[in-house]
Structure formats: C-alpha cells, structure tokens
Design a protein around this ligand. Structure first.
Ligand code: FAD
Length: 433
C-alpha cells in the first residue's frame, strides 16, 4: 500500500472535479484528482454546450477562458417555436445585456485538463475501485488501485465530484440523505453532426409530434435532440429516420435550411429531476451531478456544477486562509438554494415544451395558453430570460448587508476571486509541504 497526502482529495475528473482542482490550485490548495476512466474516455463524452455568464466568468477566474472566448459563440437570444410559429427571446435586451456562450463541455474539459497538466498537478486516470473512508472524522482517506497496486490518500477533505453514478454519494448511509426525484416519461435522442446549424441561435420546439431542440457546438457542428418514448432504443433510429422526424417537427423555414449529414454520435438520455439534501457529510462534500440532476431543457446541469464548485472552492480557501469554518458550514444550504431555483426552472421549461400524451389533449391547451401569455408579456419574457442566462450568484441574499460583514463571500466579480486566490496562494503555499 502506497500512501500519499493532500489537502483535498477530489473524486471525479469531469467538469466539477477539474474546475475545483484548478480553482484550488490557483489558491495554493493542494489536490489530488482520482478518475476511474481514461482521459480520452472523459473527453469523448458528448454532453452540455451552453454556458451561463456566471460559468464563463468562473472559467476566466480559473485562467482557462482564452480558447472559449476565441472559439465559443456568444448568443444574445434563442427561439421558441409553438404551433408552427417562432418567437425570439431577446436575452440581451431583457436582462440588461446578459448573454450565454455556446462552448462544448468536451472543449471546456480539454482546457481544464491541459491547464492541470501544464501546472504539473497530480491526476490519476484509470483509478480502479475508489473507496472512501472516515469522512465523518478529522482524518478522511481515499483508497484506489492503479496498475494492480493499492494506494491510500490521507486528506483533510473529500470532494465528491463523481457524477450521478459515483462512489461518494453511495458511501453515505441512506438514513443520512433525503432524496427528491422525478423521472420523466420520455427521453432525448441526441444527434451530433458536422453540419452547419439550422439557425444562428437555439430553437426550442413544442410540436404535436413532441419536443425538439436545435442546438449547436460551433458554426459547423450541430447538436439536435428529439423527444422520444423511453422504450425507444438508439439502434432503432437510423440517421435518415432522425432527420426525417426532426424536419417534421420544424417549420417551413427550418425545413428549408436544415442540412443533414452523417451522425458523429447518437444517444438517448433519460430525463430526471433529482436532488439530495444535504450536500455535506462531515468532511465530504458533493458537487455537480453527484448531488443533483436536472432535465437538460434550459441547459442548467453543467452551469449548476460550476457554481457548486465556486462555493466549495471559496469555502476551502476560507478554511485554509482565514481559519474559518463558516464557508464550509454554509456550503450545503447556499448550493441547495441555487440548485432548487434551477431545478424549478428546468422542470417548468420541460413541462411547457414536451408532449405528455398520458395526460390527454388538455395539457397541450394549457401549454398553448401559457406560451401565448408569456410571449405577449414583458414580465413573462423577462422571467424566462433571467432564468435562462442564470441568476446572479448572490440572488436573493441580503447582499449589501452581508457584503460588508463577509466581503470574501461575494466573488461574483472577476477581480475579487483573483485577489482572494492570490492572497490565499501565498499563505497556503508557505504552509503546505
Ligand atoms: C448524456 C448527457 C447529456 C447531457 N446534456 C446536457 C446538456 O445538453 N446541457 C447541460 O447543461 N447539461 C447536460 N448534461 C449534464 C452535464 O453534462 C452535467 O451536469 C455535467 O457533466 C456535470 O459535471 P460533473 O463533473 O458534476 O459530473 P460528470 O461529468 O458526470 O463527471 C463525473 C466524473 O466522475 C467520474 N467517476 C464516477 N465514478 C467514479 C469513481 N467511483 N471513481 C472515480 N471517478 C468516478 C466519472 O467517470 C466522471 O468523469 C448531460 C448529461 C448527460 C449524462
């Protein structure tokens, strides 16, 4: 058994784990990341692609935003299609200048991986049989096997960034967790292709044949989704059948502009809303998909993971630099408040845009009435827009009062985290090792 020591052992090298590692590195906090897959496997997973402003700011703070700003696409709005008619939601105009960034999760993950490698930081890919111990004591441990050799990591904290199927959440006694879950009666069939997107912006479509989403990863790479029954199998969907069904859910303009091509990837994802409470168990903290899942309508999954990590990195920095437990103690409640707001929006947007055949035609009428109202109400449009671009990190907090009491808690502005992290870096680097 080989033993290593670190301050924060991070389980999972998805976006949550890598971003946490990068933020903590910049603050001088030592981490080891354990990932059960290979790096190539992690990079091959096609997932999210829309970043809120808060996530963009966070990647900048982490020092990995350069390629995103060069290659990412800033979107100032999106389109909603209903009964064959489209209406644009002007995100920029309705939110006082906020936008979203189209940049694939795979690209973001690559940037974080490269930054970690360039800094010479320790990530163990292909770590087998990861086990966590003693997280309810002062001396947590993480064990794993690599190339047949057993390793043990002694640490101050464990960050469970290991996704929905990870080991961290499942290591907590059931009685210590409250689970909230809704599984939707359909899935999303996704297709990725090197074809130009059908529209400059995303189109969310509620059609009689079911929901569809025209999304994209770049000006030459499209990502399309179709609502399909949970009983469908991806092997049953040829590319031709996919394109045919998508064009039936589009309007005439969309059908004219749709460029079809060979699929690079095709998969069916089930939709679920899932949250556990709390997100802290002694010295172990869950972040990202390990603690919550949203249906992808509204693109909140990756963005929520990023903000969990922001709160968690701030809490650890506060612990090491200011010798304060306040951030750690507040972590779960602060995250959950933001998580539930995003869960609500994703659930509502999913209910508005999908066909729920088992509930009969009355639901379609409710949806039509609600969309009609929303599209003709500035208040309705503004509500969609401000949720879609992402609520500010301190939304709902009495921030003026707290800002004066705890200045380090409010790091929504790029400069403040920089300053906090460089102060922390100097202080911690002097102590660790
Ligand atoms: C098919 C799919 C499509 C999606 N599409 C969208 C979308 O369009 N828009 C959107 O906003 N969100 C989408 N999401 C959600 C988004 O991708 C996630 O919210 C995001 O990946 C969360 O990042 P994470 O790092 O918390 O978890 P993950 O990305 O799941 O990363 C967890 C990591 O932990 C590793 N791991 C797991 N178990 C262990 C273990 N025992 N030991 C060591 N490592 C372990 C995993 O291999 C993985 O690399 C999608 C998710 C899926 C699954």
């Amino acid at each position: 058994m080989r033993t290593q020591r670190t301050q924060v052992a991070i389980v999972g090298a998805g976006p949550s784990g890598l971003l946490l590692g990068q933020l903590l590195h910049r603050a001088g906090v030592h981490t080891i990341i354990l990932e059960r897959q290979t790096g190539d496997y992690v990079l091959g997973r096609i997932r999210a692609g829309v970043l809120e402003q808060v996530s963009v700011d966070l990647l900048d703070e982490a020092g990995v935003g350069a390629r995103m700003h060069k290659e990412g696409l800033v979107h100032c709005g999106f389109e909603l299609m209903f009964e064959g008619r489209r209406q644009r939601v002007d995100l920029h105009g309705l939110t006082g200048g906020k936008t979203v960034m189209v940049y694939g999760q795979t690209e973001l993950t690559r940037d974080l991986m490269e930054a970690r490698a360039a800094a010479g930081l320790f990530t163990v890919y292909d770590a087998q049989d990861v086990r966590i111990y003693d997280f309810d004591t002062e001396k947590p441990r993480v064990c794993y096997r690599k190339d047949g050799v057993e390793h043990e990591i002694a640490c101050d904290f464990i960050a469970g960034c290991d996704g929905f199927h990870g080991v961290c959440r499942s290591s907590v006694p059931r009685a210590a967790i409250t689970e909230f879950e809704k599984v939707y009666p359909f899935g999303w069939l996704g297709l990725l292709s090197d074809t130009p997107p059908v529209c400059d912006e995303l189109i969310y479509i509620n059609s009689e044949r079911g929901f569809a989403l025209c999304s994209q990863r770049s000006r030459t790479r499209s990502r399309y989704y179709l609502q399909v029954p949970l009983t469908d199998r991806v092997e049953e969907w040829t590319d031709e059948a996919f394109w045919d069904e998508l064009s039936r859910r589009l309007d005439d303009e969309g059908r004219d502009k749709l460029v079809t091509g060979r699929s690079l990837e095709k998969s069916i994802a089930p939709l679920r809303s899932f949250v556990i409470e709390p997100l802290r168990f002694g010295r172990m903290f869950l972040a990202g998909d390990a603690g919550h899942i949203v249906p992808p309508t509204g693109a909140k999954g990756l963005n929520l993971a990023a903000t969990d990590v922001k709160y968690l990195s701030m809490a650890f920095v506060e612990y090491y630099v200011d010798k304060s437990q306040a951030g750690i103690d507040a972590y779960s409640a602060r995250c959950l408040r933001r998580i539930w707001r995003a869960e609500r929006f994703s659930w509502w947007f999913t209910a508005l845009m999908h066909r729920f055949s088992e509930d009969g035609p009355i639901v379609g009428k409710f949806q039509a009435a609600e969309l009609d109202y929303l599209m003709h109400s500035q208040a309705g449009l503004r509500s969609i827009a401000e949720n879609y671009v992402g609520l500010p990190l301190d939304f709902g907090e009495h921030h003026e009062r707290q800002r004066s009491a705890h200045p380090s808690e409010f790091c929504g502005h790029a400069g403040s985290v920089e300053g906090e992290h460089s102060r922390a870096a100097a202080a911690i680097a002097a102590r660790f090792n």
